[in-house]
Structures are given as C-alpha cells and as structure tokens.
Design a protein around this ligand. Sequence first.
Ligand SMILES: C[S@@+](CC[C@H](N)C(=O)[O-])C[C@H]1O[C@@H](n2cnc3c(N)ncnc32)[C@H](O)[C@@H]1O
Length: 210
Amino acid sequence: MLRIARTDDVLDLGCGTGHLAQEVRVLTDGRVVGIDLSPEMIEMARGAAPPDVEFLTAAAEDLDMPETFDAIICNSAFQWFTDVPGALANCFAALRHGGRMALQAPAHREYCPQFLRAVRMLAGDRRTARTWDRFRSPWTFYETAEEYSRLFAAAGFDVVAAEVEELREHTTPERALEMFESGRRPATSTRAATTCPGPWGIPRRRGSSS
Ligand SMILES: C[S@@+](CC[C@H](N)C(=O)[O-])C[C@H]1O[C@@H](n2cnc3c(N)ncnc32)[C@H](O)[C@@H]1O
C-alpha cells in the first residue's frame, strides 16, 4: 500500500519484535528504523533483525525526528496510544514533504470477541487469575473509518484511503499460543496486550504527489 521505493527511509512505529521492519529492509536501501515503547520488544527486535535495521525505545507520543522519513508504517500499535493527536502530529513532523503513512488498528472495543471472552474467564478463575491480573485491553478505538480519517486530517495528512474491514480467522489452540508467546509477554509488561486486524488506510501528507 505504501509503495516503498528503493531510496525510502522508513519508520516502523510500534514495531514490536520487528518482523515488519525486517520485511521493509528488503524493499529499500534507505534507513529502516523500528521504534517501540517496550524495551523488551526492542531487545527482541534487535536480536532478530539484520544489523542495518535501527531500533529505538520510545513512545509515539515522544517521537521527535523532524523530516526524517519518507514512509511510516504503524501496525496494531495505535490502539495503545495515550495521546493520539500528539502522536499523529509527531508522525506528520517526522515525514519529509510527500511522505506517506499507513496504519492498521482494531476498530472496535470488542476487537476480538472470543479472545476477550477467554480473558474474562481466565481472570475470573482463581487458578489463572494471577497470570491475568496485569492484562489490560487497549483503550484507543474509533468505530468508523471517517473518525480515523478526521484524526489524520486534523494532524495535517491528506487521507487517500480509510476503511474498516471485518476479518474472521480460525486457528488452532497451538497456533494461538504460538502467536501469543511471540510478543505478548514483553507487551503486557508495558502498556500493551494483543490485537486483531481492523481498519487500515493510507493517510498521506497534503501536497504529496505519490
Ligand atoms: C500488538 S504489538 C504490534 C507490534 C508490531 N507492529 C507488529 O505488527 O507485530 C503493539 C506494539 O505497540 C507498542 N506500543 C504500545 N504503545 C506504544 C506507544 N505509545 N508508542 C510506541 N509503541 C507503542 C507495544 O509495546 C507493542 O510492541
């Protein structure tokens, strides 16, 4: 969607264990930077990625890298942001003229109903309650694509696509545990938990020609 070019400098915001940053690495010869609030996630990302992918521990709300990137991707992290207008303003400022940003985040508070039901059951069972006492569901949700568009427009972006997509995925318990183990432990120790896909779009800077 972002049509990453060979010379693009790219930020993966809320990069988690850095798998997207690694995918971006093969698409561009430019700078690839992953940023995440969680030092544990950054440690895992550094351990897994090639040395020419940079990783920094920081919150989107504190991002201060003016006119540094041509593209920003933010996959399943937005729902944890505490200051959405501030974070989006930082993203806008971090892009060069003509820069693009793509975001994917769960749209609805009941973002993954079966998962949330399972969590409630585990938290209510004395055998598993202690394991789940730190779980917090994400808090930043907008229910429509229009609301996402308005937020990006308010930060200065020219929104070229925004939609809410309903996805249903059936998976085995083993695969669910594997996904959970791959990044949830460090995430829950900060402010994050887990996610399901929801809306996506390409907010683009005003005046961008690509
Ligand atoms: C569900 S994970 C997604 C990770 C990665 N983008 C991916 O697609 O696998 C959400 C990540 O967002 C990070 N995060 C939460 N709040 C953040 C913030 N305010 N600024 C930067 N990263 C944040 C969490 O630490 C976590 O690693």
